[in-house]
Design a protein around this ligand. Structure first.
Ligand SMILES: *[C@@H]1O[C@H](CO)[C@@H](O)[C@H](O)[C@H]1NC(C)=O
Ligand SMILES: *[C@@H]1O[C@H](CO)[C@@H](O)[C@H](O)[C@H]1NC(C)=O
Ligand SMILES: *[C@@H]1O[C@H](CO)[C@@H](O)[C@H](O)[C@H]1NC(C)=O
Ligand SMILES: *[C@@H]1O[C@H](CO)[C@@H](O)[C@H](O)[C@H]1NC(C)=O
Ligand SMILES: *[C@@H]1O[C@H](CO)[C@@H](O)[C@H](O)[C@H]1NC(C)=O
Length: 702
């Protein structure tokens, strides 16, 4: 009897202890700051430091980072879009959904319907062939993803996978052949030139637009209401639209009706029709509201917690939490029961279906080669996110040991694309026969700018002055090495072949990690890379280091390299021959994606478009308030994974802006520079000679 009481009270005390522990801790809310002015954390998180506050902020890089933090127990809850949830289900993330954030009283953020003109004779979806189609168009992908906007066509048009067309063109072609005509205004593909070409090739998909020759986002029949005007102006037979817009357009809710509902019906996925003014519209696909997701063990508590927030005054910590989870949602709706992602999404008509159309056979998957587990993990999130936003062809992520192995894999068709740093560019081109697909363009403060750096006090004004000096290079055959070789050659300072031997003998005994038999001059392990070359210079193993000008700042700011803070920028001086053009010998973007040089134009176009679309969705200029995924941001706290954090945008040319006219692009020197021509009498001498003759004759004439 006594033991039982003791045991019960013991359990009671343990429970009390656990409970008090649980309640003394604050809930960790994962916050993602938006671009530019949209930074909620700085504004609201300090309020949560108040002792009475029951929540605190954890900062996430992007929404999927928050999702991983919740799964790992580093955060307790955050807000996600239904697309984020689809991404999560494919990544074995376990969370529970507790609340929906609604801004109207409707069950879903929106529902998508097909409205037909009764006179068009469309009794079922099988009658759509040969009809005139009003589509809302493209160019507002954040709340209306391609998946949702293409769902009707994906559901009714047989898939076409002809190998001589890109996937995108196959889709467009299939629609063009299926419908008599359509208005699909706005950009079909990311590349404007290609977009024009496709619109000229398939003009019937623009024929219904108000201005068919332009077929742009400014068209009267573009956009949410545009597709309905297209229908009710009598241009089209069937329109794809949001139900709330349909109700407004036909005056079924208060607001100026644009058209009487008479003569229009909903076309249903089950092959029937219903009058537009009826009470029971048929829905093809819905877009669920954003939701609060929590870690499994805290779901109940967090649901209660969130319910308790409203009604507090606007300077309270409760109001701060609300401002952090949403800015404009009116009502927070409890999900009952609390449920896992799968059941939540299964209830959303069409949503999972829309996200599960299969690609072409044989698949055209683009295989990205990654070089570490963490790179592969980031790549996998990118793959899942791309799929959710309807980007085709799909992506896959393979892993090799390092970039060399990846370049080899790409050249042997075991992978399709590899990110190559400037130091490996020459090898990629010469040895692995790769070509650039796109560049990670950056602003000047992040470019690779090859310069000659000496210890301060050394007076060196031009490359010629360095003859016989000992040099420190980051790597043999890297960007700095090759830039120096080409510059010496162009200055006629290399008088023999091969260039490597000539350049090596121009300098004194130099540190060139990776050059065979260089060990006797330098310890290739400690002096490898940008920082290695600077260490080599500071250790006086060399008199000059050839590195990127921007590495000096990184070196000085590195807590590892500059442990005691004694290294200042003044210790170095950068040689500058042409100040007006910058002091660099060459410049290069931070990285580039490379593919087999004999890839077909078709494949290259398709693949480039995939990455340009990814850049516009997940790069710097994403259009939503926060981003699901930052391609150019840290992943799990680590920098420069797969892409560089400082990448401004992906482009098929190396500069960020067309106006960027920095001279001496490294890559230009690599092309057609395979053969060594020893310099002797140069063209400049020839010009001097001709001038001399001219002057001579001029004087004689005079
Ligand atoms: C819908 O419109 C038709 C024809 O105008 C009319 O007969 C019918 O009563 C309307 N139904 C509703 C529910 O208003
Ligand atoms: C990759 O590893 C191989 C050895 O497996 C090595 O020879 C090569 O230099 C490495 N490449 C890079 C870029 O580190
Ligand atoms: C070189 O750097 C040291 C340390 O910063 C400084 O004291 C010295 O004045 C510099 N010398 C020159 C010539 O700039
Ligand atoms: C491209 O080159 C690879 C070898 O690098 C070869 O296997 C392949 O057949 C070539 N493809 C085309 C289309 O020529
Ligand atoms: C190497 O490339 C540079 C830059 O494009 C060019 O000026 C030079 O003529 C090339 N040299 C040879 C030998 O082709």
């Amino acid at each position: 009897m006594t033991t039982k009481i003791q045991r019960t009270s013991c359990v009671f005390f343990v429970a009390l202890f656990v409970l008090s522990c649980a309640y003394s801790e604050k809930f960790k809310l994962c916050i993602v700051d938006g671009r530019g002015g949209f930074k909620r954390s700085g504004r609201y998180c300090p309020t949560l430091d108040k002792p009475e506050s029951k929540a605190e902020c954890v900062l996430g890089i992007d929404r999927l980072d928050c999702l991983r933090k919740i799964a790992k127990g580093q955060a307790d809850f955050s807000v996600f879009t239904p697309e984020d949830l689809v991404t999560a289900t494919n990544s074995e993330i376990e969370v529970l959904l507790t609340n929906e954030l609604r801004y109207t009283e409707t069950k879903y953020e929106y529902e998508v319907v097909a409205v037909v003109q009764d006179s068009a004779g469309i009794a079922s979806k099988h009658d759509l062939k040969g009809k005139k189609f009003c589509h809302p168009g493209y160019g507002y992908e954040t709340d209306w993803t391609r998946i949702l906007s293409n769902y009707l066509e994906a559901s009714v048009i047989p898939q076409s996978c002809e190998t001589k067309f890109t996937i995108t063109e196959n889709r467009i072609r299939a629609s063009s052949q299926f419908f008599k005509s359509a208005c699909k205004a706005g950009p079909w593909v990311h590349n404007p030139k290609l977009d024009q070409e496709l619109k000229q090739k398939y003009p019937n998909l623009c024929a219904l637009c108000d201005n068919p020759s332009r077929c742009e986002g400014s068209d009267k029949y573009w956009g949410r209401r545009g597709s309905l005007f297209c229908l009710t102006d009598g241009a089209g037979d069937v329109s794809w639209a949001r139900l709330d817009d349909v109700r407004l357009h036909f005056g079924l809710v208060p607001g100026g009706p644009e058209s009487s509902p008479e003569g229009y019906s909903f076309l249903c996925p089950d092959g029937t029709t219903r009058p537009v003014n009826g009470t029971n519209p048929c829905i093809w696909v819905v877009k669920p509201w954003p939701v609060v997701a929590t870690k499994r063990t805290a779901a109940q508590d967090i649901q209660e917690f969130i319910a308790s927030l409203s009604g507090a005054d606007s300077f309270s910590w409760q109001a701060a939490v609300l401002s952090l989870i949403e800015t404009f949602h009116m009502s927070i709706n409890k999900l009952e029961p609390i449920e896992p992602i799968e059941t939540f999404l299964e209830k959303a008509t069409g949503f999972l279906n829309a996200n599960s159309f299969s690609g072409c056979h044989p698949p055209r998957t683009i295989r990205i080669c990654t070089t570490s587990i963490i790179e592969n993990a980031k790549c996998s999130w990118l793959r899942e996110s791309a799929a959710v936003y309807g980007i085709e062809p799909d992506l896959d992520c393979l892993k090799a040991d390092n970039t060399t192995h990846c370049m080899d894999a790409v050249s042997h068709k075991a992978a399709d694309i590899v990110m190559v740093p400037p130091d490996l560019l020459n090898e990629a081109i010469q040895k692995y026969n790769l070509k650039s697909l796109f560049y990670e363009t950056v602003n000047d403060n992040a470019k690779y700018l090859t310069v000659a750096v000496t210890r301060n006090g050394t007076t060196i004004n031009k490359l010629e002055d360095l003859r016989g000096y000992k040099a420190c290079f980051p790597a043999f055959d890297g960007v700095a090495w090759n830039s120096v070789v080409f510059t010496l050659r162009d200055k006629n300072l290399l008088r023999s072949c091969p260039y490597t031997a000539a350049a090596t003998s121009f300098f004194g005994s130099s540190c060139i990690p990776g050059l065979p038999h260089n060990e006797k001059y330098c310890d290739a392990v400690s002096y490898r890379g940008e920082f290695g070359a600077l260490r080599c210079l500071l250790d006086k193993k060399g008199d000059v280091a050839f590195i990127s000008k921007n590495s000096i700042v990184d070196f000085v700011n590195s807590p590892i390299e500059n442990k005691f803070g004694r290294i200042t920028p003044e210790l170095f001086s950068v040689m500058c021959e042409k100040k007006s053009e910058g002091c660099h010998l060459t410049w290069s973007p931070v990285g580039q994606a490379m593919v087999r040089s004999n890839s077909t134009t078709l494949w290259t176009e398709d693949t480039l478009d995939v990455f340009l679309q990814l850049d516009s969705l997940f790069g710097r200029s994403y259009k939503s308030l926060t981003t699901p995924l930052q391609m150019f941001g840290p992943y799990n706290g680590k920098s420069d994974i797969l892409f560089h954090d400082n990448t401004a945008r992906l482009r098929n040319v190396p500069m960020v802006r067309n106006l960027d006219n920095m001279q001496r692009l490294y890559q230009d020197f690599l092309v057609d520079n395979k053969t060594c021509v020893p310099s002797s009498s140069s063209s400049s001498k020839c010009i001097v000679f001709v001038l001399f003759i001219c002057v001579y004759f001029a004087i004689m004439w005079y």
